[in-house]
Design a protein around this ligand. Structure first.
Ligand code: HEM
Length: 225
């Protein structure tokens, strides 16, 4: 019988569940992602009249390309709501999350490239988007490819990688929060720190998932059903 510490993959073998810290990080990223989408939707629908200057300037930037912003954030919201079904799924779970995650991920990735045309953080942010968004899309494609070939362990490995990289967008937010909070001291503007926050946030998630996947590789082979 499966214990709480193990999840069976589609091939039937047991997989070590992520540690408590990883699970907290994962759910934290999901909550932040949902919150930023809700905040952006509300700012687009009801532009706040008395927002601080930096925030009001950002709101105006995203309102200037509202359609593209919506085309990015609504599929992104759906992706992060479906992602837990993939990460914590049981073998008996329905196939619908698998069917949704690939087209949603494709739309998020392609619209992210388009969003970076208007990037607040200029080329520093754009370079981070080019690298990590491409890593995300390549990982998603590999997951799809291995899934088609019936190689479920590799499919899952690439899918976890794709989801973790995508959730790097959530890790950028507390980093931005620190930059905003310290801006009276540092005098840094969003145009100066957005790019740095993107590099830090996505690097953290990419590094954490790689380290976790490699630490899992070093564990003794799990039993098969
Ligand atoms: C591969 C993953 C992603 C990349 C590379 C990416 C990239 C971007 C870029 C470049 C922008 C424009 C920022 C600017 O103009 O400076 C943006 C905006 C935005 N993204 Fe994403 N994104 C990704 C995933 C997500 C996810 C998963 C969510 C939430 C579920 C999300 C929510 C938003 C929101 C709400 C905005 C509007 C700006 C704001 O309100 O802060 N993105 N994204």
């Amino acid at each position: 019988m499966d214990t709480q510490m193990n999840i069976r993959d589609a091939a039937g073998s047991k997989e070590q569940a992520p540690s408590l810290w990883l699970r907290i990080g994962f759910w934290g990223c999901i909550v932040i992602s949902v919150a930023v989408v809700l905040r952006r939707l509300s700012a687009l629908a009801f532009p706040p009249r008395s927002a601080p200057l930096q925030l009001a300037t950002l709101d105006a930037v995203f309102a200037s390309h509202a359609t593209l912003t919506l085309a990015h954030i609504l599929p992104a919201l759906a992706f992060v709501l479906v992602a837990p079904c993939i990460v914590f799924r049981k073998p008996t779970d329905a196939a619908w999350p698998n069917r949704l995650i690939f087209p949603l991920g494709g739309i998020v990735g392609l619209t992210a490239y388009a969003m970076s045309v208007y990037s607040v953080g200029g080329w520093v942010e754009r370079s981070a988007v080019l690298l990590f968004n491409t890593l995300f899309l390549v990982s998603l494609f590999c997951a799809y490819w291995y899934g088609r070939r019936g190689e479920y362990r590799l499919k899952r490995r690439w899918m976890l990688r794709a989801i973790a990289i995508l959730l790097g967008i959530a890790t950028t937010r507390p980093v931005m929060g620190i930059f905003f909070a310290t801006s009276p001291l540092t005098h840094l503007e969003p145009s100066q720190f957005f790019g740095i926050a993107f590099w830090i946030g996505f690097s953290i998630n990419t590094l954490v998932i790689e380290l976790w996947l490699r630490s899992r590789d070093r564990q003794p082979p799990s039993e098969s059903s």
